[in-house]
Write a protein that binds this ligand. Structure first.
Ligand code: UD1
Ligand code: UDP
Length: 374
């Protein structure tokens, strides 16, 4: 398989979206009998942010389920480097496969590089050009240390070429489209979340971006937008936001509002059904911006940020960057309520075959190279 190493792929996940987006890849690895180990690092550790997704997505239990210490971002990152370096030393994989832009991704990629193990970066080449974002730091660094870059779109590939990354670039699509296609039928058959929703028509909302929820004034503005929204809001609350809301009076503002239904973080099948039945989605999430463009979804997205690393969703008319001012968000909600929405029938993020392309690229490379560049 791979000269010198044991031919195994070490798939690393750490947070909710990493599990969801790695799931289609894990399935193709299984189907092709490619030897792999899955390690979940435990950056997200609550059941409803981690294990629940492994179960719902029907993934085999990760061989390693680690517990990273809950700490400041830099200590969290250094702790993950320590954990993954031990794991890599033990497994001696031929490739470490990471997805996205979290601290788990940066730390495990560094641990791999320092042990001369090549890194494959799924979802490479995204750029928000917003240097307040830890995700922008992480993805830039990881793209420059990866041997293989699986860019979801041509634009992502162009970003990588512009920066002269040294790894090999493949344009594959984003596995989130695969995930929606693979799970939507099951979600519609199994989920009964709609029975629990108070409103017939609603906007689905999620918030967790550090630059939004850790800044009191921004968070207050977003909460105001929800409370005053011309359409009721269904809001599954991310644990980071829960903490921030509870530290302030914003929690009771939301709690006492008849216009907002808060939920704990919901499972993937419930989330797909909530999204499918919504009139629109108001979010700062990366994955949700992409999911809304899947042919089975086709929902308008208001991105409550001043930038996006997913401009493909804007260009195709699915998403609108609305900033964080309450009045602007209300204006755009009204705009969407009053105008017909007719986006393309295809997703700019892929056709549902991204995982197959990624695994094919991995198999070709592992057979053909000894990674001498490292
Ligand atoms: C992380 C990622 C972000 C990604 C998001 C997905 C980084 C820098 N950020 O953000 O890119 O979009 O995951 O959701 O890697 N917490 C819990 N239970 C959990 C997980 C988190 O209570 O299971 C709380 C803890 O108080 C923790 C805080 O949320 O300190 C933040 O968690 P962390 O993983 O550091 O960042 P996220 O905001 O989740
Ligand atoms: N999601 C979920 N339950 C929720 C909120 C989100 O299953 O309550 C899923 C959603 O379908 C998407 C992913 O989580 O696939 C997005 O993760 P998140 O917004 O936490 O992170 P990001 O994509 O911004 O990194």
């Amino acid at each position: 398989y791979m000269q010198g190493k044991n031919g195994k792929i070490l798939v690393i996940t750490g947070t909710r979206p990493e599990i969801i987006k790695m799931a289609p890849i894990i399935r193709v690895l299984q189907k092709n009998d490619v030897p792999f180990s899955h390690a979940h690092i435990g950056q997200h550790y609550d059941y409803n942010m981690s294990q629940q997704f492994i179960e719902e997505l029907g993934l085999p239990s990760p061989e390693y389920f680690l517990k990273v210490k809950r700490n400041s971002p830099s200590l969290q990152t250094s702790h993950i480097i320590g954990l993954t370096q031990k794991l890599i030393k033990r497994i001696k994989p031929s490739l470490v496969l990471v997805e996205g832009d979290t601290n788990t991704v940066l730390a495990s990629s560094l641990a791999a590089l320092k042990q001369k193990i090549p890194v494959g970066h799924v979802e490479a080449g995204l750029r928000s050009h917003d240097l307040r974002m830890p995700e922008e730091h992480n993805r830039r660094l990881v793209d420059h240390l990866s041997a293989y870059l699986y860019a979801p779109t041509m634009l992502a590939k162009m970003n990588l070429e512009f920066e002269n990354v040294w790894g090999k670039i493949f344009v594959t699509g984003n596995t989130v489209v695969d995930a929606v296609m693979q799970h939507m039928p099951l979600a519609e058959a199994k989920s009964n979340i709609i029975d629990k929703i108070y409103f017939d028509e609603y906007a689905l909302a999620t918030l967790h971006r550090q630059e939004n929820v850790d800044d009191f004034y921004t968070l207050r503005s977003l909460v105001k937008a929800f409370v005053n929204s011309p359409i009721p809001i269904v809001y599954p609350v991310h644990p980071r936001s829960l903490k921030r809301l509870q530290e302030t009076k914003l929690w009771s503002l939301l709690f006492t509002s008849n216009n907002v239904q808060m939920l704990p973080p919901v499972g993937y099948l419930d989330f797909l059904v909530l999204l499918k039945n919504s009139r629109m989605v108001i979010t700062d999430s990366g994955g949700v911006q992409e999911e809304a463009t899947a042919p089975l979804m086709r929902k308008p997205v208001l991105v409550t940020r001043i930038s996006t690393e997913r401009p493909e969703a804007i260009k195709t008319g699915f998403a609108f960057v609305v900033g964080t001012e309450s009045e602007n968000i209300t204006k755009m909600i009204n705009y969407l309520l009053e105008n017909t929405f007719n986006p393309p029938s295809f997703s700019p993020f892929g056709d549902g075959k991204a995982a197959e392309r990624i695994v094919n690229a991995i198999m070709d490379e592992l057979v053909n190279t000894t990674f001498e560049r490292l």
